[in-house]
Design a protein around this ligand. Sequence first.
Ligand code: BGC
Length: 367
Amino acid sequence: MKQRILSVALIAVMVLSLTLTGCGNSGSSDGGENQGGSGKVVGVAMPTQSSERWIKDGRNMKSKLEDLGYEVFLQYAEDDVQVQLAQIETMIAKDVDCLVVAAVDSSALINALKTAQEVGIPVISYDRLLMNTDSVNYYASFDNEGVGRKIGEYIEEKAELKDAKEPQTIEFFMGSPDDNNAVLLYKGVMSVLEKYLDDGTLICKSGRTSFDDTCILRWSQETALQNCENYLSGFYADEKLDICCSAFDGFAYGIKAALEAAGYSEDDWPIITGQDAEVMAVKNIIDGKQTATIFKDTGLLADKCAGMVQAVIEGSEPEINDTETYDNGKMVVPSYLCEPQSLDKDNYKELVIDSGYYKEEEVMNAK
Ligand code: BGC
C-alpha cells in the first residue's frame, strides 16, 4: 500500500472513526481478509441492506474488484448518515487506494471526501452523485432522468393518456430529497406527465404533485404505505385511485399493502410503477399486483465502476460516455451512464430470466 504522511486532521479522523467502530455501529464489514494480487485496497461504502438492489450492488462490486486483484473493504450504513460518515473516515484512516461511495446523504460527506482528496485517495461516486464537492473523480450510474421519463412514458402508454376519453386519478410517490437521483427521476416523470395534469387528463385528488410534497425520506417503504393509506382514506372514498406513480419497488410493496387493506381487488387494481426490478417486484408483476418497474442491470454498473477504479489506481483513462449532465454544484463529474429499461409482464422473461439475471425459481419463490 502507498506510503503517505498522514495529516493531523486525518489522525484525528482515524481516532474518531476507530472509536466509533469500536462502539459497535451497525455497518456490516466484509473487508480486509482477501488477498488480492496487487495489494491495493478499495473501500466500498454502500447505503443499506434493506433493499435487495444494494445487496446485489455490494456483492457485484466486491467480486468484480476481487477479480481484478484488489482487496475490498465493503461496508453498509443501513441508511444512517453518521454511520456512513464514520465508515468512510475509517476507510481513509486505513489508507485505502480508492473509495467507491453510494451515499446515504452526500452533504454529510463533504469534509471526509476533502480529506480523502488531500491524502491522494481517488473517489468514485457510485449510482448516487456526490453533491457539492470537487473531491470526486468519476461517476458511474444510470441515466436517472431517463428512469423517470420511462416511468412517465409507461404510464402514458398503459393508461392510454394520448386518447383518453375520461380523466384518470393519479398519486405520486417520489424518492428521497437527499438523493440527486430522486430529483432527476421526478423531472423525467413530469417531462411526460405534467401536460396531462395541466389539461385535466390526469387528476391528482390529494393535490400533491410537487417534488417537495411527494418525496419520501430515505426511500422508506413504511412512509409510502402510510402516504397511500392517507390518500385512499382522505381522497378516494367515493372514487377509485387509477394510477400510483411510484419511483421505487419498495414503495410499490407499501402501496400494494395499503390497497389490499382498503379492499382493492384485481378488478380495480391501479397501475403501479417501480424501480430496480427486484425479485419480489418481478413476482408481483407476474401476479398482477405491480404493473411495471425499471430494470437497471447492476452487474453492468459494477463492471463500469470497477473499470473506473482500475483506471484511477493505474493512472489511465476510464471509459466515460457523459461529460455534461452531472453537475454536482461544484463541478461537472465525468460519468458513465448505463441505460435503464422498462419491465412488465410482457418482457420480464426476456430481460431478467432468459438473460440469466435471475433464476426462474428465485422469482417464483420470492417472498
Ligand atoms: C437508486 C435506485 C433505488 C433508490 C432506493 C436510488 O439512488 O438509483 O435504483 O431504487 O436509490 O434505494
